[in-house]
Design a protein around this ligand. Structure first.
Ligand SMILES: [Zn+2]
Length: 379
């Protein structure tokens, strides 16, 4: 069933005959499985007019009429809740400023009413909530659902987030590090529909990465896979929160960039100084792009991704320089790989990790639809 569902997601609209071709299953099996999925309201039939002869064909696609998924992004400065349908369309998005709040208690004063109200609203409108995906500033312990001492996030170390959310709101709850949820947003709802190997890089206050390999998220032994912000870029550079020296994050994140700019001020002020041709600002920009290129070359040589997606609050300030960065990379990459170099901006902008949190549940639905529906109805 999972294989059939995954093909329907991938193609967005596909006929039963095409499903037989793509899965190798018999037409009888496809008939039974699609009948069952239609009964569960996960997929639906619709008529499409095909080609120049105008013949009508019955196609299958995901059904958005019954299920909703809630995504929660717990960030250091903001909190976001999104509601999406099975096609990843954002139905609703609410953001709250959390810069004055510290620790789980103060966060839950905001999360509590927000989630209760969102869930009630969805149910009152006749929809079923499949579950709650949550993204956190990693790292975390995947066996217990606890946060592991995230930098610049006091009071959260060892907090049993998954259990607390599950008990309090009665929804199936999945948790993941925010760079990985961002990667999953692309994988399931964005540019990754036909891409098996992608790296998502989020650049802001910190720099994080999420690696999708063979269509699956990769965590590594300690959940550190894809921590691209902590690759060493400056030998003997500044000490980083992680314990290493000269990490990309120490020179390439927003605080890292502003710390190198002798002019002082915000990213907006730096952009203005660059526009006016200020020599110090231009040098700061040149170094920033140099670090970015070096980091990207390392990412390409380590992971060999088909697609690199760039996002985060810093990205808008670098977007204008993506073309020269890409061209420099081409000249530094293996000759046979350089024509396939693909770097794109993220699909969901500032909502990327919240949408990706919801995408965790979507991934669960594609792999085990019957089990998730049973869990969701029991909740
Ligand atoms: Zn580091």
């Amino acid at each position: 069933m999972s294989e059939v569902l995954e093909r329907i997601w991938q193609f967005q609209q596909i006929s039963r005959v095409e499903l037989v071709e793509h899965t190798g299953l018999t037409s009888g099996t496809i008939t039974n499985l699609t009948h069952e999925l239609i009964g569960l309201k996960i997929i639906r039939e619709f008529e499409a007019v095909s080609g120049n002869v105008g013949r009508r064909r019955v196609m299958l696609g995901l059904d958005s009429s019954l299920y909703r998924i809630i995504g929660l992004d717990i960030g250091r400065a903001t909190l976001e809740v999104v509601v999406v349908d099975l096609n990843g369309k954002i139905i609703k998005s609410i953001e709250r400023d959390m810069s004055e709040r510290r620790g789980p208690d103060e966060y839950f004063d905001v999360i509590g009413p927000l989630l209760t109200e969102t869930k009630r609203e969805i149910e009152n409108a006749g929809y079923t909530v499949l579950g709650l995906g949550t993204s956190v500033p990693g790292p975390m312990d995947y066996s217990t659902g606890e946060l592991l001492n995230p930098p610049n996030f006091p009071g959260w170390s060892g907090f049993p987030l998954q259990r607390t959310l599950e008990e309090r709101f009665g929804m199936v709850t999945l948790i993941e590090d925010d760079a990985r949820t961002s990667a999953m947003a692309e994988r399931w709802y964005g540019l990754g529909r036909n891409v098996q190997d992608l790296v998502f890089i989020t650049m802001g206050i910190g720099i994080g990465g999420g690696v999708v390999s063979g269509g699956k998220i990769v965590r590594g032994t300690n959940g550190l896979c894809g921590q691209v912000g902590h690759m060493t870029i400056v030998i003997d550079g500044k000490i980083c929160d992680c314990g290493n020296r000269g990490c990309w994050e120490t020179v390439g994140s927003i605080p890292g960039i502003l710390g190198r700019w002798s002019g002082g001020g915000s990213m907006e002020q730096l952009r203005e100084a660059i526009r006016q041709g200020d020599a110090e600002a231009l040098r700061c920009l040149e170094d920033t792009l140099g670090y970015l290129e070096t980091a990207l070359i390392n990412v390409y040589n380590l992971y060999d991704p088909e697609l690199v997606v760039l996002g985060g609050r810093l990205y808008p300030y670098l977007a204008d320089y993506l073309l020269p960065v890409r061209n420099h990379l081409r000249s530094r990459l293996y000759a046979f790989a350089k024509d396939r170099l693909r770097i794109e901006p993220s699909t969901f902008g500032t909502s990327q990790s919240a949408v990706g949190a919801a995408a965790l549940l979507f991934g669960f639905l594609l792999s085990e639809p019957v089990r998730l529906l049973a869990l969701a109805e029991g909740g």
